[in-house]
Ligand binder design. Structure first.
Ligand code: DAT
Ligand code: MG
Length: 139
């Protein structure tokens, strides 16, 4: 049985380009309910903590520099089978390989700057939601 919650972030490049409204509209049209939402800037250390599982990989520096380069929009989303369905909804990690009509295809610039994050498991969704939102912000 899979959970109803996933976590997403509109990444700095997409926020800076003014895509936030369009991306949130698309997410709602896709049947996801916004359970929590905020705009926030991450320090490099905070971005490093969020992406802890990628520490040591060749792209970790680039990733944490990028994710701390400007504001992001974080959200908790609710839908049946949220994690898996949202990952197909946003498209492949590399926008060039993402399916037509997906958020990464529409708004991603490159593998590194791929517009949006989506949790990879129920455990990640819970950890990532708790990283950004307090109990009061999610009720
Ligand atoms: P995803 O975001 O699809 O779950 P991931 O968890 O493997 O992908 O990587 C996290 C982010 O790091 C990804 O959204 C973009 C960046 N990234 C991944 N692989 C990369 C690479 N080879 N070069 C540059 N950036 C990369
Ligand atoms: Mg991932």
């Amino acid at each position: 049985m899979t959970g109803k919650i996933t976590f997403t972030m509109i990444k700095p490049s997409a926020f800076a380009a003014g895509y936030t409204g369009n991306i949130l509209a698309k997410i709602e049209e896709g049947g996801y309910t916004i359970k929590a939402l905020k705009k926030i800037s991450l320090s490099k250390e905070q971005a490093g903590h969020f992406y802890e599982m990628h520490r040591g990989k060749p792209f970790y520096e680039e990733l944490t520099n990028f994710m701390s380069s400007g504001p992001i929009v974080a959200a908790m989303l609710e839908k049946e089978n949220a994690v898996e369905s949202f990952r197909s909804f946003i498209g492949a990690t590399d926008p060039a390989k993402a399916e037509e009509g997906t958020i990464r295809k529409l708004y991603g610039k490159s593998l590194g700057e791929n517009a949006i994050h989506g949790s990879d498991s129920d455990e990640s969704a819970e950890r990532e939601s708790a990283f950004f939102f307090s109990f009061l912000e999610t009720t």
